[in-house]
Design a protein around this ligand. Sequence first.
Ligand code: SME
Length: 150
Amino acid sequence: MDYELLCAQMEGLAKAEKWYVSLMANAAALLYHSLEDLNWAGFYFIRGDELVLGPFQGKLACVRIPLGKGVCSAAAREDSTQRVPNVHEFPGHIACDSASNSEIVIPIHAGGRVVAVLDIDSPVLDRFSEADQAGLEAFAKVIEENMILD
Ligand code: SME
């Protein structure tokens, strides 16, 4: 995957609109239709002691996830990317879609704290490499640097 190009495309989308809903909606579509072997790409927002579903592409997903359970929650609470080669071996993994086998979740920051996570799921085991992680973290940074939350 050419992540430099993907980040440049995201910068281009951000020039058109920085409101977080539009930005994340198009970010999810860009990821979902650019990366191979995905079954879900989208965002969850921290609201109180839960993660709440944001813009995404893919099948219907869990709307509320308690902060404390699953991969997205670990990324949000530990403020660190979770790259999970086999979700079935991750304690507390939440299977919104039984087709998911691997997953990467990247924290999204605003005002110096984690406000959301970018979650990408794949039916392929060990789908996300270290290079994917670096590229997707750069992609997440483009979102952080551009989004306007209100
Ligand atoms: N698998 C995630 C839940 C979100 S869905 O995959 C869209 C988790 O364990 O946090």
